[in-house]
Design a protein around this ligand. Structure first.
Ligand SMILES: [Zn+2]
Length: 419
């Protein structure tokens, strides 16, 4: 690994891993691709090879990651010409990268084309290397169907956490726009707010989402005492609170009430003092930068993201699937927006893996590849640092003890209209 995230040249990778291993990995990939199926768990285990990035603050290096049949990492060999049992399936190659899967901390599965209105179908994205999603606004009946909870996600789907309905003031956002049909529930006062949060907790939501959005027409917004009641009750029940707050005033209201996360990078330019306050209070935020650019409001948000990153605030990767310009699966453009905010391409990957996995409500994902631990790993056909578009065509995904081999290039669905 050279400085600045440059991928290791192929010749050096060949030298360090040995051409025999790489040829075997290539043959392995050809063989499983020819079967044209997403295989189940290879009972004898599986090895992925190429340039390996184990996540966190590690550096990418030539290597091999060995998984057992249950998806537990049994060994990580970095640049040492490892000898592997001959019955072990090895996948990868000289240009391949092995990296943790990505978690999208802000989606709306109600707008996922893989799911129908009743909530059945398949949550999209696993085949792009998306191993977890967090829904931040949906009717409770749908959230309950999609949520993974403590079980294993169904085959070919990411882990799903869900906030259930967005809590808002009576008649507030999003009840008069995209959230008219059960996507919002109203907060009428502190006492009612407490019982509403208790009911949602009893119904099993993974976190609480509150909207502080006056819009351009002055929609009603929950008052500070109501926001505080929501946060205190949620915290007493062990749930975190994510706030939709885009303006300086609303961000301040969220911070003062003690919310844990912001659902978006704010779009109104934040003062230095407020950015310092966000950093000091340990709040994390979810990026959703690309959809703001697609909607024409990206510049201020990007400037805020840069300042927040510089102040040490943790940013989760999030697309706001369902909004302008979004489509299911990993979005390389969002990764590049994060890179541009000062994280660089490797830092953006860390935000989308380790940091997003730590977002409230996400379980059974660490965003790290560590010996002895279950891990999700994605085999990319080329360097995601040179070309984030590599996420459009992963070769294989190993998650929850299952191997998914992508045999044909993914075709992205046409863009959906704004809701
Ligand atoms: Zn959203």
């Amino acid at each position: 690994m050279t400085e600045g995230g440059e991928p290791e040249p192929a010749a050096s990778l060949r030298r360090r891993l040995g051409t025999r291993l790489l040829r075997r990995a290539h043959r392995g990939l050809d063989a499983v691709s020819a079967r044209r199926s997403s295989a189940g768990a290879p009972t004898r285990g599986l090895a992925l090879t190429g340039t390996v990035w184990t996540g966190g603050d590690s550096e990418p290096e030539a290597g091999v990651v060995v998984f057992d049949g249950a998806g537990i990492v049994r060994a990580i060999h970095l640049g040492e010409r490892p000898s592997l049992p001959h019955e072990l399936l090895v996948l990868g190659g000289v240009n391949h990268w092995v990296v943790p899967g990505i978690v999208d901390a802000h989606v709306h599965l109600g707008f996922d084309p893989g799911l129908d209105e009743g909530g059945s179908g398949t949550v999209s994205g696993l085949r792009t290397g998306l191993v977890g999603v967090r829904d931040l606004g949906a009717p409770l009946r749908l959230a309950g169907i999609w949520q993974t909870g403590r079980h294993k996600p169904p085959r070919d789907t990411p882990f799903v956490a869900a906030a259930g309905p967005v809590l808002t003031a009576p008649g507030g956002y999003p009840a008069q726009s995209w959230g008219a049909s059960g996507y919002a529930e109203f907060l009428t006062g502190p006492a009612q707010a407490r019982s509403l949060v208790q009911r949602l907790a009893a119904d099993g939501v993974d976190l609480i989402k509150i909207a502080l959005e006056p819009g351009s027409v002055g929609w009603p917004v929950p008052t500070p005492d109501v926001v505080a009641a929501v946060v205190q009750t949620a915290h007493n029940l062990g749930l975190s609170v994510v706030a939709h707050a885009l303006t300086q005033d609303m961000v301040r209201r969220a911070v003062e009430a003690g919310v844990d996360e912001l659902a978006h990078t704010p779009t109104e330019r934040l003062s230095e003092a407020l950015i310092e306050r966000i950093a000091a209070s340990g709040l994390s935020i979810t990026s959703t930068l690309q959809t703001f650019f697609s909607g024409g409001a990206g510049r201020e948000a990007a400037a805020n993201a840069t300042d927040l990153v510089a102040a040490g605030v943790r940013i989760h990767y999030g697309t706001d699937l369902g909004n302008t310009g979004t489509h299911p699966g990993v979005d390389p453009r969002e990764l590049d927006r994060l890179a541009d905010a000062g994280l660089g391409r490797l830092g953006a990957l860390r935000a989308a893996t380790e940091w997003s996995s730590a977002a409230a409500g996400i379980r059974s994902r660490s965003g790290l590849i560590r010996v002895g631990q279950p891990a999700t790993a994605v085999l990319l056909p080329s360097s995601p640092l040179t070309e984030p578009g590599a996420w459009r065509t992963p070769s294989a995904i190993c998650s929850d003890g299952r191997l998914t081999v992508v045999t044909a290039p993914l075709r992205l669905p046409a863009e959906r209209p704004t809701t």
